[in-house]
Design a binder for this molecule. Sequence first.
Ligand SMILES: [Zn+2]
Length: 550
Amino acid sequence: VSKLSTLAALAFILTALAIEVYASPVKPPQSAQAPALSGGPGTTRAVGSPADPSSQPPLATEAELWARFLSEYRREDYRAAADTLTHLAEISKGSGVPSFNLACVLCRLGEPAKAADALREALELGFVDFPRATRELAPGGELSCLTGTDVAFAIAKGAQELQQAVLDARLKRLRALAKGEPQSQIRDDDRRMVILSGHSPRALDDARVELERAEALWKAHIAPGLPMPAQPVPPAPDPWVIVWLPKADVFALWARREVGPGAATLGGLYRPHTHELVARDLGPTLRHEFWHALHHRFMSRAGQDHPLWLQEGLCALVEDTTWPASVAGTDPAPTLDELAASARFENNWRTNMARRMLDRGTLPKLSALIELSSDRFMDSGSLGRYAVSRSLMLYLHQTGKLQPFLQELVTAWPSEPTGLRALARATGQPDGVNPPNLAGLDRDFRAWLRKQPEAPEAGQPGTTSARLPFDVDERGGEGLTVLDMDAASMLKLGVAPGEVLVAVDARPVRDAHELAAALAGKKAGDRVELTLRKSRAQRTVKTTLIAERH
Ligand SMILES: [Zn+2]
């Protein structure tokens, strides 16, 4: 117990942490973390397949050891698994995950004293998944050999304090990564979330609004399918989520360090085991990654690790939405939750991609997609798998089957971890056979996909016909920034280089895709109202669209 109170020492250890390779505590190989690629194939955003850090050369041995541990664990060779974890704990410098797993395995071997030591070590190294630890410490859990012991008591008692120390240490580490660039901070105690931002205060406000809207969409459309389990008794607080929004140059440095060669294609990611979200843009990527944070909060409380195809398809859903226009003069004005309930998820460039796969005959059968391991899902060509997963979620949502599917999955957990049977049940496919036959769903999904209109897509000629009379660039990360122009053009157009375009006709635009969507259906000569921002100031200006260059 005394060890747990050495918070100062703990904070010190955490600041020295190297970037970890996270595997899931004990059972599930699925949630071995996968950096999420959220970038679209826009003109200014490179695309490719996300790199898996566990396959980077210096970490290869660690990845092999994780694979070995999982196979030993599955065949119940706990002695060998304990040896592998001890080795992993030595080389993984600072991640508490191997020690946490070691404690679980030692319990299975009937060695509670050693298990208690391993659990203490995990906590000292910054293991913060207290809901998980608390659940495993309950009777029947992986750590039940420690139920009622001093270490279990300390976890229940010290969780809040420890989490605060861990949060402070992580914020300090991220600030250090920003290399002296000031980072402003908003702490949200209700959501147990801290936003750290290198952008202007106004952009930070916008990001906060974006997060609130994304949360409202989750509450309205997803949460009913994923009912949040109550806090365990004694309560184990949800880990703090850190949302880091660095400027483009700092993001590039960070991404190179995180994923090496895959950095250029990375739009952002959410790290499940440190609960850190990092995003390059303040629109679709931020929403996508934030949904991962919300989804992981559910999975952590429920003790579930949903398959990657589901995680990515679900979180990609929020990238493109249309909100109902709030009607002026309505009394009382609709709340954010009410507006979110009637917001719609839209086709986007991913739907276009899935449709092209269908046209070319390369669209995989749904059962083949669902049965892929996490590694295979994130392997090269993952953009196509993201495209199909998101399109399937959109199809389920539009046909009213998304929430029933999620409910089936959650209720049956862990007996059907791929989601195949839950999907069959929710969509009325014959599930008496093993494995369930999705042929009927494949047919309906393809028929639906074939009927989907092409979504406006930045950099895809033909999907829009009009454009702005000046160029914007999203690489700065803060939004669509007006590019340099001569003085005469500035006078004529009434816009200035460096201003950030935040809305067209009051519809928010955060990146090139959202701009394309806002201009869809308009033609050259149409007048639109632009909302522009420069540091704290915001103004509107009218402009005339010109013809798209083809
Ligand atoms: Zn993702």
